[in-house]
Ligand binder design. Structure first.
Ligand code: ZN
Length: 554
């Protein structure tokens, strides 16, 4: 048997060495590899061919579940190790998942061909394999960072990127620093908009290839998608998938067969890396009924609806109210409202500290709605001090991180009016914010903020129209060249509310950050906290001086 396989290998090499090298799919078919218990085959999943042969330095694939991409990249990994001699890191979210992954998916694939089995020899453990030429395959989880150290590789595959430990990913990427090859594939079922595989610097900076098939009747090429291709009925069995152009129904068998004529088309010509997206409407194994069941059960269950979008459509999704969107902010714009003028009462101010100082100040109208009054981006603390010194009645909360000294100075200068805000996830209080006034002139006033509750309050205020912005609110904040809004909107839409299990298995809500700036969101939150305490009525120094002067004059 061994001899027979080796002969096959020799014959194959003699026939077409170039194709053996360039086409891992043909190699796998010829070698008779079995993946996940079945012979490797492209039938019905012809979209795999281009992806498995793609030599781009970075490929990002937001994908629906069960579209064969893991199998594809296990196959390519074995092929590249054997034929190209490139060291690989196959990265998974958790180490606990790595051993079952090797046992269930990698080992059986290697064992399915005797030549390949001879070619790979286990070294010290299951998570480090080497071939006869000493080329390594490491399988690692992102949760144990030290196990990502000192394993130089040429190629990395990140499988299920959205479930990975974010802080480990830069370290993982650095494992290719010493290589001239440097090739990275990022695979993931998307989770929420703007995060993980859906980040601005991943899918959104890719060339966004989408899979198109021709209609069996009119032959026009199209992607199959939920919005335009599915005609929903009252029940799963009454739904139809149809051509976007001639509206002829396309049956399950037809759409699978049409994959043989399919093609990848780039939909973002500005992309700087390669991207592929595909959903289950192109799956050779899922029926339309299988897929749409998720949509119907999702009508009563948000978790199932999220699963339908993520797993079946390969799209990020967030429940209404778990992320601020430009549309939600738009609804808070008021035609009659302008920034500036004389505030109608005390001013409430939120200040977030980054490279710059982001400041938002509002007053409350008679309904208690926050009327935006002024927004500033200051470079220097003096500018903030100068701004505060002109206000008569105000309450201001300043981010206590990452810089405390300047904020402390202001809190000492304006006692009872400027507070240092400390955000915490689940502090031991039941309240959204607890103010701790200074007990002496050398102490500063502090406010302890329940971060989750505070950001919940902000989105609830936006949804409830309790924040009022000027009509041109899309212009507010830092100028952004390629968006139809500026920094104010952009910062507000980054964070997303997720529910995660804590170490004790309790489900807890958390506002999750991504890599993009979110200063205005924090500014808004601190401003909201500021409205929760009436300002102390103290006559400001400037007015005292004015009184004194007029007294002298008199
Ligand atoms: Zn058609």
């Amino acid at each position: 048997m061994l001899l027979k396989q080796s002969n096959k290998e020799t014959i194959y090499r003699r026939i077409s060495p170039v194709r053996t090298l360039a086409r891992p799919d043909e190699w796998a078919i010829y070698m008779g590899l079995r993946v996940d218990g079945r012979p490797f085959s492209l039938e019905g999943r012809e979209f795999v061919s281009q992806v498995i042969r793609d030599m781009s330095p970075e490929i990002v694939i937001p994908k629906a579940a069960q579209m064969s991409f893991t199998v594809t990249f296990i196959t390519r990994t074995l092929h590249w190790i054997k034929e190209r001699g490139w060291h690989h890191l196959y990265l998974l979210p958790m180490k606990t998942g790595a051993i079952p992954f090797v046992q269930a998916r990698i080992d059986p694939t290697i064992d399915s061909n005797e030549f390949l089995r001879e070619h790979f020899t286990n070294v010290d453990n299951r998570l480090h394999k080497q071939n006869v030429n000493g080329v390594s395959l490491y399988i690692r989880g992102t949760n144990i960072n030290r196990e990502l150290q000192e394993i130089p590789v040429d190629v990395e595959v990140w499988d299920e990127r959205d479930r990975m430990v974010e802080d480990s990913l830069e370290d993982a990427r650095h494992r290719m620093d010493g290589s001239k090859i440097k090739k990275l594939v990022i695979l993931s079922t998307p989770t929420v908009p703007g995060h993980g595989v859906d980040s601005d610097d991943e899918w959104h900076s890719s060339d966004q290839h989408r899979w198109e098939i021709p209609c069996p009747r009119c032959n026009r090429y199209q992607t199959l998608d939920f919005e335009e291709s599915v005609k929903l009925g009252d029940a799963v069995s009454e739904c139809v998938l149809e051509c976007k152009f001639c509206h002829r129904p396309i049956k399950d068998q037809e759409r699978i067969a049409q994959n043989a004529l399919g093609r990848w088309v780039s939909t973002n010509l500005n992309g700087i890396k390669r991207g592929y997206h595909i959903n289950q409407f192109n799956s050779p194994v899922q029926t339309l009924n299988d897929i749409l069941k998720g949509w119907f059960s999702g009508q009563k269950d948000t978790k199932k609806l999220k699963s339908f979008y993520n797993n079946s459509l390969g799209l990020p999704w967030v429940a209404y109210g778990d992320q601020i969107t430009p549309e939600i902010i738009d609804k808070c714009r008021s035609k009659g409202h302008r920034l500036g003028g004389i505030p109608d009462g005390p001013v409430f101010i939120g200040v977030d500290i980054g490279t710059f100082i982001h400041v938002k100040a509002s007053y409350l109208n008679r309904f208690g709605h926050k009327m935006a009054w002024q927004l500033h981006i200051f470079r220097e603390w003096d500018q903030l001090d100068n701004f505060l010194s002109k206000l008569i009645s105000f309450n201001c909360v300043i981010d206590a991180h990452p810089e405390k000294r300047n904020a402390r100075d202001l809190a000492l200068k304006y006692p009872g009016k400027v507070w240092l805000g400390f955000e915490e996830d689940r502090p031991a209080t039941e309240e959204i914010a607890v103010y701790y006034p200074a007990k002496s002139r050398t102490e500063v006033g502090k406010v302890l903020i329940d971060r989750t509750m505070a950001f919940d309050q902000v989105i609830s205020d936006y949804l409830g129209g309790r924040i009022v912005l000027p009509a041109d609110a899309r212009e507010l904040g830092e100028y952004l060249e390629r968006k139809d809004y500026n920094g104010f909107y952009y910062h507000l839409i980054q964070m997303v509310r997720t529910e995660e299990e804590d170490t004790k298995g309790r489900v807890v809500a958390r506002w999750r950050k991504n890599k993009n700036p979110d200063h205005w969101h924090h500014t808004e939150m601190f401003e909201t906290i500021a409205t929760m305490r009436r300002p102390s009525l103290e006559v400001p120094v400037s007015i005292q001086e004015a009184f004194q002067k007029s007294a002298v004059m008199a």
